[in-house]
Design a protein around this ligand. Structure first.
Ligand SMILES: NC(=O)C1=CN([C@@H]2O[C@H](COP(=O)(O)OP(=O)(O)OC[C@H]3O[C@@H](n4cnc5c(N)ncnc54)[C@H](OP(=O)(O)O)[C@@H]3O)[C@@H](O)[C@H]2O)C=CC1
Ligand SMILES: CC(=O)N[C@@H](CCC(=O)OP(=O)(O)O)C(=O)O
Length: 335
């Protein structure tokens, strides 16, 4: 007997990745929730029509016995759908930024539009299991973290908590993302000729993922500089994080902070002191790979944190959260 789960936004990049992983998951059966019948119907190979499709309504999902719905949709769409599903007693895992920022004012400031579901926003559980695993199983509305913040928070929070960053000298997070991070919808920014053999920075000083890093790693805005950049690859996020160390003098000591924090974490992999991970190592996985180097003479430190934006940055992490919500082994379907 498997549990029925639904995917809205299954034609998008995160939705497709959800379908791919959930199809191979031993405990669930995915259903596709069709939000509009006029969307392009992509041809299916003969004999491989994929999961069943039903209309994207709470009623149809209830009739199909769906327990959890994944929303791989833009934030304004997620807000409305989350309200409808939650009030029908169907749990939601939302992949958008709609429910990550705690207050409607903060949401409006960074996402430039009003929040239409302030009560649900208060109730939502932020699902970065490495930091708040205990709250995830009971969530009715699970807010899946953003891609850049996942890589940044997994790298920064243990170091801030251990007090080994000299915050008075600032942190610089130089972040690079593959083009799938911008979604599948056609745009000039992501057109092949704009992206290929190119490399560009965007959203300088006001990227909407900044507050998500600050609130989860207890860093002040004035101490954190973040720049998002687009690199000509399909998937992957690599963040190079620079700071001055405090109270530790070797790469091994800095690495030890991570070893202690992530000893029992199945999805955070640490590289030996001085060695660094790369994007190929995390491609199509739910891992976050971290490497560190500290210059003993000057105290300058560099951390490299890598994820697949569609894996640990979106669908993989959403399924890790689903596993906790449904009482499965946390790694089911993901290793
Ligand atoms: N891409 C990434 O790396 C990450 C994305 N996210 C977030 O996850 C969400 C999905 O992202 P991504 O997969 O990249 O986006 P895509 O642009 O690839 O896909 C968006 C999906 O949303 C659907 N959609 C659009 N409008 C509506 C609507 N009015 N009602 C219902 N469905 C709608 C689209 O359907 P159709 O195709 O039929 O138009 C499409 O399937 C976004 O909020 C994004 O910010 C979060 C972390 C990482
Ligand atoms: C390369 C690229 O454009 N990446 C996107 C990732 C943001 C994203 O997915 O946004 P939410 O999860 O917060 O909705 C961006 O920088 O806006």
């Amino acid at each position: 007997m498997t549990t029925n789960v639904g995917i809205v936004g299954f034609r998008g990049y995160s939705g497709m990745e959800l379908e791919r992983i959930l199809t191979a998951h031993s405990g669930v059966t995915p259903w596709l929730l069709e939000h509009r019948a006029d969307s392009t119907q992509e041809p299916q190979p003969i004999g491989h029509s994929g999961p069943p499709r039903i209309p994207c309504t709470a009623e149809a999902a209830s009739d199909a016995g769906i327990q959890i719905v994944f929303l791989a949709t833009p934030p304004e769409v997620s807000m409305e759908l989350a309200a409808a599903f939650v009030s029908a007693g169907i749990r939601v895992v939302d992949l958008s930024g709609a429910f990550r920022l705690v207050t409607p004012e903060n949401y409006k400031h960074w996402y430039k539009s009003d929040h239409t579901q302030p009560e649900l926003l208060r109730e939502a559980v932020y699902g970065l299991p490495e930091f708040n695993r205990a709250a995830v199983p009971q969530a009715r509305l699970l807010s899946n973290p953003g891609c850049y913040p996942t890589a940044a928070n997994l790298a920064l929070r243990p170091l801030v908590q251990a007090g080994v960053i000299d915050l008075t000298r600032g942190i610089v997070c130089d972040a690079k993302s593959g083009v799938s991070g911008a979604g599948r919808k056609a745009s000039l920014k992501t057109a092949f000729s704009e992206v290929t053999e190119n490399f560009s920075a965007y959203s300088l000083l006001d990227h909407r993922h900044v507050p998500e890093v600050l609130m989860n790693s207890a860093i002040q805005e004035e101490d954190f500089s973040f720049t998002a950049q687009l690199i000509p690859i399909h998937r992957g996020i690599l963040e190079t994080i620079y700071f001055r160390a405090k109270g530790v003098t070797t790469s091994a000591e800095l690495l030890d902070v991570y070893v202690n924090a992530y000893r029992n974490e199945p999805f955070v992999r640490l590289y030996p002191a001085g060695a660094v991970p790369d994007l190929r190592g995390v491609n199509r996985t739910n891992f976050c790979d971290i490497g560190v180097r500290l210059d003993s003479k000057t105290g300058r430190a560099v951390v490299v944190s890598c994820i697949d934006n569609l894996g640990k940055g979106a669908a993989g992490q959403a399924i890790q959260n689903m596993n906790l919500m449904l009482g499965f082994n946390e790694t089911e379907g993901l290793l």
